[in-house]
Design a protein around this ligand. Sequence first.
Ligand SMILES: [Zn+2]
Length: 532
Amino acid sequence: MNSGRYLKCNGVVIYCRVSSQKQVREGNGLDSQEAKCRTWCRSRNLDVLKIFREEGISGGKKDRPALMDMFSFLEEVSKKNTKCIVLVEDLNRWSRETVNHFILKQAITSLGHSLQSVNMSLDDTDESEFMETVAAGISQLERKKNAKRTKTCMQEHAKMGVWLMNPPTGYKRERINGRIHCVRKEPTASYIQEALEGFANFRFHTQKDVYNYLKMKEIIGYDGKPTKVSLHFVKNMLINERYTGCFAYDRWNIPYQKWAIEEIISRKTYDKIQERLNRKKSCIQVRKYNLNDEEFPLRRWVRCNVCGTPLTASKSTSKSGKKHSYYHCHNKECPMRGKGIRQGVIHEDFEKILNAITPNPKTISLIQALIKDKEQTESENWRNIKKLKEQEIKNKKEEKEKCFELLLKNDNPEVMKMCNEKIAKLEVEIKELTREIEDNNVNTQNLREIGSKVFDFISKPLAVWNIGNHKQRQGVLKLCFSEPISYDRIKKFGTPKLSSIFSIFNNFSGKNHDWRPRRDSNSCCRRERAMS
Ligand SMILES: [Zn+2]
C-alpha cells in the first residue's frame, strides 16, 4: 500500500454521521463508520487525532454541530502548523448536497488540510476530480430520492389515517396494535382542552385570556421539551382542527376523515371556536365601545339561552323621548336577535343569584373557625420551630465570638485562615436563619390579611355589587362565576357555574342542591315593593 503520499500529514481527524435519531438509538452506522476509518489509518500508519460524530443530522445541511466543532478544531491545529487528513467512510457522509460538498472541502484545504474517503481515493488528478464530482452528485440524488420515498410513505400512511408528522402540542406517539397513534400527553393535553373549551364557552373572553391561562402552566411538546406559549401559539392552537381527531389534509388531497389521533375537543367545541373567531371583528368593536360601560356591568357575562352568544347591550329612545336600556343577543342567526330584555329586569334577577350563592353566616363562621383552629395549631408549631432557630442563632453567635478570641490570641497563619473561614461560614448561616424567621412572620401576616379580605367579600358579594364601581363589579363576576350564565326571559337565569371558592362554600352549606333564588329573598321583596 502506498503510504508515502500521507507522509506530510501529522494525523487524521475522523468524521462520522448518521441522519436519523433512529439510527443513533439502534447504534447503526456510527460505530461501523468509525471502525472502517480506524482500519484505514492503521494500514497507513497514521495516528487518529480526534473523532467527530454527527448524530441525527441530515447531510443536506451545512451547519451541523459536530462539523462546526471539527472546523474549530482544524483551525486550532492549523495555527500550530499541523496538517491533518479529514477522513470520512464515504463521501455521502460528508455531504448530501453537491454544492456543499465542494464548499466544505474548500474550507478544509484553505486551512491546509485535506479530505479523504475510505471508499474512494481522492487526489489531484483530473480523473479523481471527475469521480469525486460524480460521487457528490450521486449522493445528492440519493438524498432527494430518500426524501421522496419518505414523503410517499407518509402519504400512504396518511390515507389510512396515520399521522406521521410531528404531533400537535398535547400529544405523544404511541404504537397500538402495530399502528402509530397520537394519544393525549398529560397534563398538557388537559391544559389545552381546558383552554380550548374555555374559549368556546366564553370562560375566556379573548385570546389574551387563553394566553394568560396557558402561560401559568407547563406546556410540554411531543418531544418532551417545554413549549413557549405565545399569542401566536394560542392563535394556531385555536384553529388547529387536529385536536378533534377528524379533518381533511388538503396539502396531500386527503379528504375529511377520522385519524388515529385521540380527540381532545369535540367537533361542536371546535365549530364554536371558529364561529367566535370569525365574529372576532364585531366583538372587538363591541369591546372597544362598551365593555367599560358602567350602565351594563353584565355585558358579555350573561348569554343568550337560545344560541349561547354573550349578550350585548344598548340604549334606545322611545317615542316619548325617554331612554331605555336593554340587553340583547346580537347573533344574526338567532331568533332572539333584536328582542331586548330590560336592563333593570336582568339586574334584579342577577341580584337574586348573588343573594342565593352567598353562604349563610353559620357556614362562614364554621369555616372561619376551622381555619382559625388550623392557624392556631400551625402558629403553635411555628413558635416551637422559631424557638429552636433562635437558640441555633444564639449558639452560632457564641461560636463566632470564640473564633474572634482565638484569632486575636493566635498568629499562626494556618489557624488564622481556618478561623476566618469559620467566621464567614457562621455569618452566612446566621443570616439565613434570621431571614427564615422574618419571612415566616411576613408570610403569616400577608396570609391573614388576604384571608380576611376574602371572607369579607364572600360574606356579602351582593353588597359589594350594589355599592361597588364598574371595576369592582367586574371583580365580583370573576370571583363568583367561572363562566357566563345563560338567561331566559321566562325561566330567568340558568344554573350558574360557580368559581371554585364559591363552590366550596356552597357545597359546605349544602346549597348546591338549592341554589335558585328564594322567593323571600331581600331583592325580591324590594322589587315587589317597588311594583306596588
Ligand atoms: Zn341568541
